[in-house]
Design a protein. Sequence first.
Length: 255
Amino acid sequence: MDLGYFLFIVSGLKYNSLIAATSFVTGLALAIAIILVDEAVTKARGRITRFYSYVFTGIPPLVIISIMYWLVLPSLGVRSNPVIAAIMAFSLRTSAFQAMILKSTINSLDESQVQGGLSLGLNIREVYTYLVIPQAVVLSIPSLTNELASLLKESTQALAIGVLDTLARARYVTIATGYSLLWLGITGIIMYLLSNSLVLTARYLQRKGLFPGTSRDLLTSPGTSEKNYGEGAKQNRLKGGLLMFMAPRIKRQSL
């Protein structure tokens, strides 16, 4: 195995990482905006989030990438750039999945979270901005990490519009050497190790309680067992959530 070919393939990770990281952050911001709009429209009751997620999760990624590259960017008068087109496409797709994740987490929060925020004198917009959404993002970190890992693997589909990522470089190496199974297998192992390292790291940090509110011991009261912690968990989650996310806001209001 030629080390030069291996390094050539690995160097393509910069494109996969760039597309995945940028799309993930942009998608998260877009997902939060969709949920805020959905909650602001009282008659929507989650319909906006469901419709948005239904549309963009049902369309194959290659179709969205092709639309962005061959239709959207040229119609905007912008020179088609494969990396930008891929980021735009994956941002829309991952925002749909992230919106579903955050919406499910919000629905799992106790109703007393909202009531507690309103009792502090905040309006419903401030409650979601300073209390509900931050808690939902923190509690969803394990699921969001899985989405990031999936997005990293899906980013290899950008080769269809000319992005020289790891898979595209592996194809060039297979043409040059004739060993397709070897180099494509190595590429698959690289992407597997990289994506799974993200998931394993998130699980480790979760077990260590480094994600506020996601560790089991933060949700249980002293003296309660894992099988029977219902009300204690709700009370601790309410107190911890209010103290964690509302203390800076309350302090600013008191000055």
